[in-house]
Write a protein that binds this ligand. Sequence first.
Ligand code: GLP
Length: 236
Amino acid sequence: MEVIIRPDKEKATDLVAKIIAKAVQHKPGLVLGLATGNTMEPLYAELAAIHRDEKLDFSLCRTFNLDEYVGLKAEHRNSYRHYMNEHLFSKINIDIRNTHLPSGTARDLDSECEKYEQKIKECGGIDLQLLGIGKSGHIGFNEPLSAFFSRTRVKALTPTTIAQNSPLFEKPEDMPKRAITMGVGTILDAKRIVTLVLGKAKSEILAKAVEGPVTSMVSASALQLHPKCVVITDEE
Ligand code: GLP
């Protein structure tokens, strides 16, 4: 695992944008794993700016998001599909049919999870997976004690995650308590992983993830096992 510390949030975010832009230039049909959360908003704005100003071409890219809330329709303003359309997909020239998120409203959630894994396989696997880390140490929504071999499935969210994400909901109590998420095993199968973690509030969990023991108590510590993982962070 390589850890790169940039002086501030902007420089760390710019570096991740450059890495993604270079990967897309190098392989126009890149299979890109995507994440959500506040950390990613400036990153997606930067990618949209690179597309606008430097004509970065996403037309052949395929994307797979890490997770989606169970029970939220795609149109719900707090769904991750809505987040991705708003922050990235509507601002670049990607074919929306090539963008994938699990459906949180599928009638059969288990079969939705299996289909998601299958689709990733059919696309040849994820070339570059972008990740953030939640305060509980989760990657995707792999809460503590997620098996390192886990695949896409439904997970119950922990009180820490509910406390972190519920303020984004109009009525915080409406935040779903379950989500579909790629498993830790699914994430570790990506050929390359780029993790962006910013700010003081994440410093303690980041230290556990990169310097602590590899343990399912901190899902992000599984990244230490990946042969090609870079963590980009700021001084704070
Ligand atoms: C959510 C997502 C994670 C993301 C995390 C961090 O819980 N499921 O994939 O890494 O938020 O979010 P933020 O960047 O807002 O701290």
